[in-house]
Design a protein around this ligand. Structure first.
Ligand code: NAD
Length: 432
């Protein structure tokens, strides 16, 4: 179903991003950078597995060398929940005061650091700030502590965004805290830190990059919305000329680097880190839509499946679906569903991702889906939701979970109904 035509079309788009320092060795300058914020003490937030690589302690040492007091908390859980974030906040409060927070890790550590920096300066509980209707939807009154984000995965773009994603355990749903005050003040992207990333993490986090780029590129244009007042403006404003540039660049880089990065090619690492950065800067302003909306219930409901599925590269005892894998799990069918809303954009993306034209014979509505399926197969993603343990009995539950993600569905290039989503979920049971 097409989008309604706005009575007064939007004419304004917005763009924001943190300061960026990028390149091999960039992290060695972090003491200078954090001291430059006027900070004299900093909390380094990471997760336990990453702490074992030594990266977070080296960051803390660099901070100490610049004269700061620095403490490392390995308080981040992989794919954080309301409980894990609240525990990280309590631990940080116990060790406070700090002047700044430094996140060292993937999206899980960066999002945990966002919650910590928010709640070290603002009153109330975590759930007060979680998006309504799951949480209280309260806007932070005070600026958060300045956050410097050092990503160690090539994926989420969380170093650029205003969002903290969390699993709300009681509600069995993933949602977020979303506010401009959560955006890091500085992103330090050092591709050397990603060298220890396991191949399975490179694959899943890389699918997150790809879907960021594809979803922001195919997001409804900012001009398709009703004109907003200044108070109504939100960080995600739909596809626009600036996010389009970033999405294109990210896709072209991924086409050349993704398979090689998963295979461990050193050369591909910098291109993946650049792609993650570009895609983050793009989707952090345009927004994402159906694959990300589906990812929340797909990842959230796996805990109750009793599935034996354990993703490669993730050190987990129970079934879990990494965020990027959850996003990718319905992406081929989702882009077949959105194709008619803007065929040219879908075909252009397919051509960027498949420069050799290996899928050029596939009928146009299915071409982008075919490019995605071939890539997912090559990098070892699951063959469909069925491999993870989902079946026909789960379709309605996934669809109703996706329908709760109206903030994301509102960015889709067409009106998305429950029937559309059920078709996407069913078509995603077996990709090959
Ligand atoms: N805030 C946002 O804008 C945003 C966007 C997308 C996703 N997310 C969230 O980010 C999370 C996923 O983050 P992710 O994909 O970056 O992975 P992650 O942070 O969950 O890390 C995955 C695993 O890889 C390990 N790891 C990370 N870097 C490593 C390295 N260099 N060497 C060795 N091990 C390493 C971690 O210890 C962990 O075990 C999800 O919770 C997702 O919802 C947030």
């Amino acid at each position: 179903m097409s989008l309604p035509t706005p009575a007064t079309p939007e004419a304004v788009f917005t763009y924001a991003a943190p300061r960026l320092k990028f390149g091999p060795g960039a992290v060695s300058e972090i003491g200078h950078d954090v001291a430059g914020l006027g900070a004299r003490s900093a909390l380094v937030v990471t997760d336990a597995r990453l702490a074992a690589t030594g990266h977070p302690e080296r960051v803390a040492e660099a901070l100490r060398s610049a004269g700061l007091r620095a403490e490392v908390h390995d308080s981040a859980a992989v794919e954080p929940s309301d409980a894990s974030l609240a525990a990280a906040v309590e631990r940080a409060k116990g060790a406070a005061p700090f002047d700044a927070v430094v996140a060292v890790g993937g999206g899980s550590s960066i999002d945990t650091a966002k919650a910590v920096s928010l709640l070290l300066t603002n009153p109330g509980e975590l759930m007060d700030y979680v998006n309504a209707p799951v949480g209280g939807g309260r806007a932070p009154e005070q600026p958060a502590l300045p956050l410097v984000a050092v990503p160690t995965t090539t994926g989420t773009g969380a170093e650029s965004t205003t969002v903290c994603v969390l699993d709300v355990l009681a509600a069995k749903v993933k949602t977020g805290i979303s506010h401009e005050r959560l955006r890091p003040v500085l992103a330090v992207v050092d591709p050397e830190l990603t060298a220890t990333q396991p191949p399975g993490v490179t694959a899943s986090a890389g699918m997150d990059i790809l879907c960021h780029a594809l979803e922001s590129w195919t997001a409804r244009p900012y001009t398709s919305y009703e004109h907003k007042t200044p108070e109504q403006r939100v960080p995600y404003c739909g596809s626009n000329p600036i996010s389009d540039l970033y999405a294109e660049k990210a896709m072209r880089l991924l086409a050349g680097a993704f398979r090689g990065a998963v295979a461990g090619e050193e050369r591909a690492r910098t291109d993946m880190a650049l792609a993650a950065t570009f895609a983050g800067m793009g989707f952090g302003n345009a927004g994402v839509h159906v694959p990300h909306a589906n990812a929340y219930p797909v990842a959230g409901r796996v805990h109750d499946l009793g599935s034996a599925f354990r993703p490669d590269g993730y050190d987990v005892e129970e079934a879990m679906i990494p965020h990027g894998m959850a996003v990718a799990s319905t992406a081929p069918a989702a882009f077949a569903m959105t194709f008619a809303a803007d065929p040219q954009r879908h075909l252009t993306a397919a051509a960027w991702l498949d420069p050799q034209g290996l899928d050029a014979d596939v009928p146009e509505p299915e071409r982008l889906s075919a490019v995605l399926r071939r890539l997912m197969r090559d990098i070892g993603q699951p063959s469909g939701l069925a491999e993870i343990g989902y079946g026909e009995a789960d379709v309605d539950g996934i669809v109703s979970g996706t329908m709760q993600q109206q903030r994301l569905l509102a960015t889709a290039p067409r009106v998305v109904t429950e029937e559309d989503l059920a078709g996407v979920v069913r078509a995603s049971m077996h990709h090959w």
